[in-house]
Design a protein around this ligand. Structure first.
Ligand code: ATP
Ligand code: MG
Length: 370
């Protein structure tokens, strides 16, 4: 039996455990904050030692990029059983991540290190609009300051950030896309089609897959993700977020794990990203991957579970976490025969979507019609 241990006690590991059960594989989670094992999909919390981990789990994976520095988690993340070891050494610090992309010749938003306070005004002079990003610890728009051309720099705590942030050019992108793919330890790879992502205030609200009019970009996206996974000697699922600008892809950031923009694969493909991740790690040979018609993924954010959702078109995935404003608590996936069909179905979800979501569908439709 091939058992996999996930570092992290959140929903991503839970969905891996769920997927593992489909093929009779075992995925257990380790909660680094509470220093306990959360076996399978159970709510049991079991103390575990390093020796027990080594005896039980030949493969270790992660559901996030940063861990408390103390205790078992740091040791497990650094272990040679951890298939994300290389990624964890490079990706969590945006300076290292961007430096790697530059070294690989992969296009990204132009950027500078915010080393001294003066670097901020120098970047504004060079780039116009800028995005300041903490080197580490940011997510869902936290640790990110977007300053449009002529915008107020006063909102950026530059003193605090000096040495601990990068400044990027603000990209006037046409749309945001991402690719999710898997690599197994033998180096074989498998990819989903590019996905269109709609972020509001730095938080992903809606994904549409496959992104229309992206056939020409798909090989580039696959090549970029393949090269990154090879460089990091990575196994499992990884995602890359892109800006599409003038028909080109610029990398925004890398997520060395299953990714929110891949949640549509639950209903939108016959094997989900969680299946692929677990299979890649548990030694299941690479297999066929069939993607269904257009699929939408709606994030359920900061709002309690509503029974009425079960009457809406689509399937709900609820994570069972406590409700907090801005917190990702679940997602719903809808499939349809066409983008127009998706639009119809999404109208039922209008109360959990930010205003303007139909514009995203309009824009996909207009790109589709070329
Ligand atoms: P995640 O939760 O995906 O880890 P994050 O908060 O760490 O996100 P980013 O993905 O870097 O940070 O940025 C969040 C969003 O902010 C992006 O999806 C995009 O909408 C916007 N953004 C980030 N960088 C830029 C940029 N250089 N130009 C324009 N918009 C940007
Ligand atoms: Mg992001």
């Amino acid at each position: 039996m091939n058992r996999v241990l996930v570092l992290g006690g959140g929903q991503l590991g839970l969905m891996m455990a769920e997927a593992a059960a489909r093929l009779g594989l075992v995925v257990d989670r380790y909660d680094p904050e509470r220093a306990v094992l959360l076996p399978g999909t159970s709510d049991l919390a079991v103390p575990i030692t390093w020796e027990e981990c080594m005896e039980r789990y030949p493969v270790i994976t992660v559901e996030r990029e940063a861990f408390p520095d103390t205790g078992l988690s740091a040791r497990l993340a650094a272990s040679d059983r951890c298939v994300a070891r290389g990624a964890l050494a490079t990706i969590p610090d945006r300076f290292d991540q961007k430096s790697m992309l530059d070294r690989l010749g992969i296009p990204t938003a132009p950027w500078r290190l915010l080393d001294r306070v003066e670097d901020l005004s120098a970047a504004v002079a060079e780039f116009g609009g800028v995005v300041v990003k903490a080197r580490s610890g940011g997510y869902d728009g936290r640790g990110t300051w977007i300053i449009g051309e002529g915008g107020d720099l006063g909102t950026v705590p530059a003193d605090e950030l000096a040495g601990r942030a990068i400044v990027e050019k603000k990209i006037p992108f046409r749309r945001e896309l991402s690719i999710v793919g898997a690599r197994n330890p033998a180096g074989e790879t498998l990819f989903y089609p590019l996905t269109r992502n709609w972020h509001v205030d730095g938080i992903l609200r809606l994904s549409l897959a496959p992104a229309v009019a992206s056939a020409a970009l798909q090989p580039h996206a696959e090549d970029i993700l393949r090269r990154i996974m090879e460089e990091l000697d990575y196994a499992g699922v990884m995602a890359v977020e892109f800006f599409e600008q003038d028909g080109e892809l610029l990398v925004n950031e890398i997520a060395p794990r299953v990714h929110n923009s891949g949640h549509w694969t639950h209903e939108g493909a016959d094997w989900s990203q969680f299946d692929l991740h677990v299979h890649a790690l548990a030694g299941v040979p690479l297999h066929a991957l069939n993607v269904h018609g257009p699929t939408a993924m709606v994030n359920l954010i900061g709002t309690p579970f509503d029974q009425a959702w079960l009457q809406h078109p689509g399937v709900v995935h609820w994570y069972g976490k406590s409700v907090r404003p801005g917190r990702k608590l679940g997602h719903a996936n809808l499939t349809a025969d066409s983008l127009d069909g998706l639009r119809q179905g999404l109208r039922a979800w209008a109360d959990v979507l930010p205003e303007g979501f139909e514009k995203v569908l309009d824009s996909e439709l207009s790109l589709d019609r070329g």
